[in-house]
Ligand binder design. Structure first.
Ligand SMILES: NC(=O)c1ccc[n+]([C@@H]2O[C@H](COP(=O)([O-])OP(=O)(O)OC[C@H]3O[C@@H](n4cnc5c(N)ncnc54)[C@H](OP(=O)(O)O)[C@@H]3O)[C@@H](O)[C@H]2O)c1
Length: 402
């Protein structure tokens, strides 16, 4: 435990326990929390929080003393109280561009570790510019994107790099496939971010001006082209999500990614017709969300607080395949699990918080990625919790492109 915060009343506080993903995260924690750990739930609505506690108590009667803290993202003092009472704060209160900044500020100031589920690049870049330096000074580890965005990609890239010969340039691509559905909270967060493309680019440029560059090493992301992947036998659609940026930041921070690291990120589909449909569909959706009435109409199709039912989640799966090449060797690895957005996301988020609270991690502070802050410890936890990280093939010869 960190001597800095180990006298605090709670090891972990979950903010947003009354929402769809927050509820699943609370259930996961209730089932897996180490017996000595102290947990509290935080939210803006005491009656809803009480209902969540009642539900958790039915599955784990030992949670009788589970504390409930009232906090609202528009009330900075309430968030400071949460941050100062905890060693690690988990937040599922999104959209993060709308609600997230005050809690990051409170955790950075209080030296409290922080994990969230954002997939909004503008939010992460703005938090770097505004709070990274404070968090570095207080020792807080601010770890964004601790769900399906971006843990399978970030830790999958780390796992793949570790299968390759050290010290040589690495070329890596990640290819995601899933059959999952999304929640209202995810839809609204996505609509919010897609409606602000210029603000997103401005925040990314401001961040790059502040970010230190590694001496004597090169780290790049490449926006690839659609095409056929001969190693995987799928068609590739370039995927400009937050994930490649997270992988890039881990590679910047970890010299074990080699002297010259390049990453590209794709969705994988079986049929070529799907490539054209997906590219056209994304372009149409991007145009539609720039028009406020259309954006609101899309948002009304799936209200916040709702998400895929348990039976739908039980049928859901994801894979992320990685093809890495270095020193004349090619390795194909895969990360695989169940419902990515909610069941597995709740697991990844909760395990990230437990890893920060209880594992012996490398010394880091400020805004850091999962691979940098927790790396191998989180990888081990997720494998123990049923998410597979496997080597599919290793070949001595380099493959000729894709
Ligand atoms: N990247 C990923 O892999 C991934 C996966 C899943 C979810 N997510 C993200 O996680 C976030 C949550 O998604 P969700 O589907 O769980 O959303 P949700 O069901 O709408 O839950 C939102 C939560 O935020 C709380 N909240 C809203 N405004 C608040 C305020 N002013 N103060 C305090 N609490 C407030 C809500 O409280 P009430 O109950 O009181 O309304 C609720 O607990 C979204 O941003 C989504 O994009 C990301």
């Amino acid at each position: 435990m960190s001597p800095r915060t180990n006298a605090r009343p709670f090891d972990v506080v979950l903010f947003g326990a009354t929402g769809f993903t927050g509820g699943l995260t609370a259930e996961y924690l209730a089932a897996r929390l180490p017996s000595e750990a102290k947990l509290a739930l935080a939210g803006r609505n005491p009656a809803k929080l009480e209902a969540v506690r009642g539900r958790l108590l039915r599955s784990n009667p030992q949670l009788e003393d589970l504390a409930l803290l009232q906090a609202d993202s528009s009330d900075r003092q309430s968030l400071s109280r949460v941050a100062e009472s905890a060693r690690v704060v988990i937040t599922t209160v999104g959209p993060y561009l709308e609600h997230g900044e005050p809690l990051v500020a409170a955790c950075a100031a209080a030296g409290t570790d922080y994990v969230d589920l954002t997939g909004e690049p503008e939010f992460v870049d703005r938090m770097y510019a505004e709070h990274h330096a404070t968090a570095e000074r207080t020792g807080a580890r601010i770890v964004h994107a601790c769900g399906f965005d971006s843990i399978p990609h970030d830790l999958g890239a780390l796992f793949t790099v570790q299968q390759l010969p050290p010290g040589a340039p690495v070329t890596l691509r990640g290819v995601v496939r899933t059959n999952a559905a999304i929640s209202g909270g995810t839809l609204h967060s996505g609509l919010g971010q897609l409606s602000r493309p210029r603000a997103m680019v401005r925040a990314a440029s401001a961040r790059r001006r502040l970010e230190p560059r590694p001496r004597g090493r090169r780290v790049r992301t490449r926006l690839g082209l659609p095409g056929r992947d001969r190693v995987l036998g799928t068609w590739l659609i370039p995927l400009p999500t937050i994930d490649p940026e997270v992988v890039r930041r881990s590679a910047l921070a970890r010299p074990d990614y080699g002297p010259d690291f390049a990453y590209s990120h794709y969705a994988g589909v079986r049929r070529v017709a799907t490539v054209a449909g997906a590219v056209a569909g994304f372009a149409a959706a991007l145009a539609a969300v720039q028009v406020p009435p259309l954006r609101r109409a899309i948002g009304r199709r799936l209200p916040q607080g709702e998400g895929p039912a348990a039976e739908r989640r039980e049928r859901a799966w994801f894979t992320v395949d990685f093809v890495g090449e270095s020193g004349g060797q090619t390795v194909h690895t895969q990360v695989r699990g169940g419902d990515p957005g909610y069941t597995e996301t709740a697991k990844m988020l909760a395990e990230s918080a437990l890893c920060l609270a209880f594992d012996d991690n490398p010394p880091t502070a400020g805004q850091v990625t999962t691979a940098t802050a927790m790396g191998e410890n989180l990888l081990r936890r997720l494998r123990d919790a049923g998410i597979a990280f496997t080597v599919i093939t290793t070949t001595a010869a380099p493959h000729d492109g894709r």
